[in-house]
Design a protein around this ligand. Structure first.
Ligand code: ACO
Length: 330
């Protein structure tokens, strides 16, 4: 193993779904209002994919953009990793469909990660380890979610929060000292009940009864998840920085999971990184789970917010409860 190898992000891309669902639209569907949603979450609108588009289609668009920026072709990929909890089908993996749709004919291993909103960070961590150990040179890591198809649009506790979208990155082996400096990933399996889609698996296989009981929709204990998120995301940020000998002053951009603006401001206060450094997309995309970090990163990169040598802090938490961080030197 060459210890000088790092995994450098050389391309980013995204799929921005064309449909827009505003808070005012939701006022007509459930007992809610624009002011509550803005004040409690920071969301103004969320994106919805057309009905003929699949999760793998969104991922493929995002990956195509990322490959173009990277100057790589599909067959350069040694691995395709998709973070998603809203796959095309339970079997096979969404990443396998992406491999075909992007035109990678090189049989590269392609698989999904189920870590909810932390799926992209978990994917980065796996890609980084394959690259650092020389087992892969160029890897695609995608975060993609079609959450609005798993949403109970009669439940105001959840339906105002989520949106559809995809973000992708292309990583390659590098020896200049730039790239992923560290990843840290965690799961607390005692908290599985906080966020779940109960039906459709071996516990409640699909049946007329599970549909009648609405078990195929996302459920969340929002208040408890909020507390866990602020604590764990802050600790993850602090660990990422101290592990690498940095302080909060050194951070250039924070690409954090976009679940709730109040979570982000609480983390900002705790870890003492000003909100101006956070790449914010929740206002326009809603919570896109595993897609939110790569979408925010892509917007920051294409918007000219990320400069050479900038330190980028990524933090995410989601169902599992799973969470983690990545610290990247751009
Ligand atoms: N409109 C109006 N009122 C509402 C709405 C709504 N859309 N939703 C809930 N309310 C009401 C509730 O019924 C409750 O009323 P009550 O006091 O009469 O019972 C009141 O508002 C407060 O409800 P809370 O749940 O305490 O509201 P809170 O301020 O906690 O906000 C939210 C809810 C936005 C869900 C917040 O808790 C949150 O963001 N939690 C964390 C989400 C998160 O981080 N998820 C992880 C990633 S997602 C993933 O992994 C897929």
């Amino acid at each position: 193993m060459n210890s000088n190898i790092t995994s450098r992000i050389i391309g980013t891309g995204k799929y921005k779904a064309p449909g827009v669902l505003t808070n005012h639209d939701l006022e007509k569907m459930v007992d809610t209002n624009d002011q509550w949603i803005r004040e409690r979450t920071g969301i103004i609108e969320r994106r919805i994919a057309p009905s003929d588009i699949l999760t793998s289609d969104m991922a493929t668009v995002a990956l195509k953009e990322a490959l173009e920026m990277a100057g790589k072709s599909p067959n350069d990929l040694d691995m395709i990793i998709c973070g998603t909890v809203t796959p095309d089908v339970p079997l096979p993996a969404t990443a396998a469909f992406v491999q075909k749709k992007i035109g990678a004919s090189n049989m590269c291993p392609s698989f999904d990660i189920s870590a909810a909103c932390a799926g992209f960070i978990f994917g980065l961590s796996i890609a980084d380890n394959f690259i650092k150990t020389g087992k892969a040179k160029t890897v695609a890591v995608i975060g993609v979610e079609m959450l609005t198809r798993f949403m109970n649009f009669e439940d105001r506790n959840t339906c105002v929060l989520f949106g559809d979208g995809a973000g992708a990155t292309v990583l390659t082996a590098d020896t200049t000292g730039k790239g992923i400096l560290s990843t840290h990933t965690y799961t607390d399996g005692s908290l599985t009940g906080l966020l779940e889609i109960p039906g459709g698996g071996s516990k409640y296989p699909p049946s007329a009864q599970t549909i009648a009981n609405k078990l195929h929709y996302i459920t969340m204990e929002g208040r408890e998840t909020f507390k866990v998120a602020v604590k764990n995301l802050s600790e993850a940020a602090e660990t990422a920085l101290s592990f690498n000998g940095y302080t909060s002053d050194d951070v250039g951009v924070v690409a954090a999971h976009q679940a709730n603006m109040r979570i982000l401001t609480s983390v900002s206060n705790r870890v003492k990184i000003p909100m101006e450094k956070f790449a914010i997309t929740i206002d326009r995309y809603g919570n896109t789970s595993s897609a939110s970090i790569p979408i925010s990163l892509d917007e920051a990169v294409r918007g000219g917010r990320v400069n050479d040598d900038d330190l980028i802090l990524m933090i995410a938490l989601g169902g599992g409860i799973s969470w983690g961080s990545a610290l990247v030197k751009w």
